[in-house]
Design a protein around this ligand. Structure first.
Ligand code: GLY
Length: 420
């Protein structure tokens, strides 16, 4: 099978790594990829947001499947363009990707499907935003309606900060914000594959969104993740499939915009039950790095089955006993003002450790084979082991081998879950 992966981050590196380990995969390509993915796949300098260019590349390469990683190409209709060219694609079309592209739309679908979530107020003017904040009270939850590269959601006790975020979102062309109740309780990410009709859940993971230890500092794209979740209630996955994923997929099909790809269910296990915090229309980053590290079933056939409406033909997924932990190494200044262009050293030393994979997120090739930082989240170091403590030790041993001037990482990823 020939496969083209679209995207540039550690999630796409994790997808490429899993696909490269699948004996059915004979050729792997990436557009545009990154230096880490370049060790596994042929890189093509194609704009991932340009659907016609991605479709033309897929056709010229004769690939059997295109896997679209990030949300921006999905919302821009890249999967539609590839599908229109007759090539199977893993990832929803633009209409279905609105589940991530518009928080207000996602709330509307959840309401229609009876999916448990916080009741929202959608506002388009500053006065209503201020009134909504006062109705809900602290902690304030303000979400930009549209895509905001991980910066769209503010949860704060500070009313002035909440209002400032709302005003900044409203100032954008067509700006809308969603204000809603705060959901207490631990958060869980569950990815559910869909072929437009049927769903197959993967295993739950937990993400660490704040930049600092003990969940301090601003939100980020995600500073680390782990799986399994020893504390998660029995029956959680079945509950989410029955109460959240299947009703959502059914509702999207009923609307004539079937959702095929992966429905990322961001959940809060609140004192009043499981609630959806957000939907995303793609794999999460960095949770994918740990979920795929545990998947024993070869990945290509799984993604192809979702892309071609054949999930029911898939045998049950098999999972490794191992636990997985990933720690993100971020550049100086991330998330406010990431510095780029610094040399990264120690990559090979880290990757040589047992149970360690070093996945590239924001990297670029420099002169003489050097690898440079090229983004806020630079690397995602994945450790696997017989339990979370061993996986955590492997991940942090990898991080310690990496040298990147000014870089930072959280030191408490999976600490509580591992009993460390
Ligand atoms: N880890 C959060 C996200 O992928 O959106």
């Amino acid at each position: 099978m020939k496969i083209l992966v679209v995207g540039t981050g550690a999630r796409e590196h994790a997808l490429a790594l899993a696909l490269s380990q699948d004996p059915a995969v004979t050729e792997l390509h990436a557009a545009p990829g990154n230096p880490g993915i370049g060790a596994l796949a042929v890189l093509h300098p194609v704009d991932p947001l340009d659907g016609d260019a991605v479709a033309a590349l897929a056709t010229s390469l004769g690939v059997d499947l295109v896997v679209v990683g990030p949300e921006a190409p999905l919302v821009a209709g890249v999967a539609d363009a590839v599908r229109a060219a007759g090539v199977p694609v893993f990832g929803p079309g633009a209409e279905a990707a609105r589940l991530e592209g518009s928080k207000a739309f996602a709330k509307e679908v959840m309401a229609a499907a009876g999916v448990p979530t916080a009741d929202p107020v959608v506002v388009t003017d500053p006065e209503r935003a201020a009134a909504a904040l006062d109705t809900f009270g602290a902690p304030y939850v303000v979400k930009d309606d549209g895509l905001a590269a991980g910066k769209g959601v503010v949860v704060t006790e500070d009313r002035a900060a909440a209002l400032a975020h709302a005003l900044a979102c409203l100032a954008k062309p067509g700006g809308r914000v969603v204000v809603e109740d705060y959901l207490d309780g631990p958060e869980v990410s569950l990815f559910v594959l869909s072929d437009g009709t049927h769903v197959v859940p993967l295993v739950p993971a937990q993400d660490f969104k704040r930049v600092g230890d003990a969940d301090t500092g601003p939100n980020t794209g995600g500073m680390g993740a782990y799986s399994p979740l020893p504390w998660a209630p029995a029956g959680l996955v079945e509950e989410v499939v029955a109460q959240v994923a299947q009703p959502t997929v059914d509702e999207m099909a009923r609307r004539g915009t079937p959702f095929a790809g992966v429905l990322y269910c961001g959940l809060a296990l609140t004192s009043r039950g499981t609630r959806v915090v957000e939907f995303n229309a793609r794999f999460g980053d960095p949770e994918t790095q740990v979920v795929l590290a545990r998947l024993a079933t070869p990945l290509a056939g799984v993604l192809l089955a979702a892309a071609t409406g054949r999930l029911t033909e898939l045998p049950p997924l098999e999972w490794r006993e191992d636990a997985a932990v990933t720690v993100v190494v971020a550049s100086s200044g991330y998330p406010e003002a990431p510095r780029t262009g610094d040399v990264i050293e120690g990559l090979a030393d880290a990757a040589a450790l047992p149970g360690v994979d070093v996945l590239h997120a924001g990297t670029a090739a420099g002169a003489d084979g050097a690898v440079l930082s090229a983004g806020g989240r630079v690397l995602s170091v994945v450790g696997t082991g017989r339990d979370l403590a061993a996986a955590r030790a492997a991940a942090y041993a990898g991080v310690e081998r990496i040298r990147l001037d000014g870089s930072h990482h959280r030191t408490d990823i999976a600490r509580a879950a591992a009993g460390a």
